[in-house]
Design a binder for this molecule. Structure first.
Ligand code: B1M
Length: 210
């Protein structure tokens, strides 16, 4: 559908006002909010995720596209509460204890939302106890942890240990990331997945909920 392709292109180009105009046009043409989200907004963000992963674009373009997508989501979200949109999965995410870096984590959150995940963002400096309490409260499919400091990486292992001790480890898949984190480290601490960037985080998250 041409109008969906145009919405996706407007997201890719970060044109929030254009996204708004096209969505209103689509709604007037009685296109469902669900179609607008999946075939317009998310389709656009998928292209952004791919380009970001390949280093064809950088953080500012991702943020601008994400802002355009959010503008669109805010228009259609109130209309979808009672219809058939089911999130791809639920993710609880946070930057680990002692760590205040959140730019990368925010990108991961936006990409996950763009791919259709429901995300509960616990913010920064999240203690293992807070992560486990959130797993009990929100019952997510995935728990995501971000760390940017070598000194805070061990908090990821602590959180996984606490999940095990609390009998929650088999209830949730754990995905980790952040500049100093590696695939080897992720395996060493018993995480289920590792992603080097926000685009790959979506791929890993999807593969873990399948
Ligand atoms: Co800090 N800092 N910082 N810092 N900071 C680094 C990380 C550092 C590498 C700079 C350096 O020395 N070269 C260094 C860490 C050294 C180390 O431990 N190896 C460092 C340091 C030392 C510190 C302080 C200790 C400095 C001081 O006070 N002496 C201090 C610590 C504060 C604390 O956390 N307790 C500190 C503070 C800060 C600011 C507050 C000033 C600011 C953070 C602001 C904020 O986030 N709101 C800051 C910044 C901006 C940086 C740098 C410059 C940039 C980080 C960033 O945002 N990158 C950073 C240097 C660098 O990385 N080159 C540095 C852009 C972002 C898009 O990338 O976060 O890697 P990134 O996220 C990527 C991937 O990693 C991945 O996807 C993202 C998008 O592709 N990813 C995930 C991230 N989380 C993921 C989770 C996933 C999957 C993928 O699954 C759940």
């Amino acid at each position: 559908m041409e109008i969906m392709a145009n919405i996706a292109t407007a997201v890719i180009n970060g044109k929030a006002a254009e996204v708004e105009r096209l969505i209103n046009e689509a709604l007037t043409a009685r296109i469902s909010p669900n179609t607008i989200i999946n075939d317009g907004l998310i389709a656009g963000m998928q292209v952004i995720a791919e380009r970001f992963k390949k280093n064809d674009i950088y953080v500012p373009e991702v943020l601008i596209a994400a802002r355009a997508m959010t503008t669109g989501l805010n228009i259609v979200k109130p209309m979808i509460s009672n219809i058939d949109t089911k999130p791809v999965g639920k993710v609880v995410i946070g930057t680990v204890k002692g760590d205040l870096h959140d730019i990368g984590k925010k990108l991961v959150v936006m990409m996950l939302q763009g791919a259709g995940f429901e995300v509960v963002d616990l913010g920064i400096d999240v203690a293992p106890e807070k992560f486990t309490a959130a797993v009990v409260e929100h019952q997510p499919d995935l728990l995501g942890m971000s760390a940017l400091l070598t000194t805070t990486m061990p908090a990821m292992a602590e959180t996984i240990r606490l999940l095990e001790e609390s009998g929650l480890r088999d209830k949730v898949k754990v995905i980790v990331g952040g500049a100093p984190v590696t695939d080897v480290y992720a395996k060493q601490i018993g995480a289920d997945g590792y992603a080097p960037d926000a685009g790959s985080a979506v791929d890993v998250a999807k593969s873990l909920v399948e």
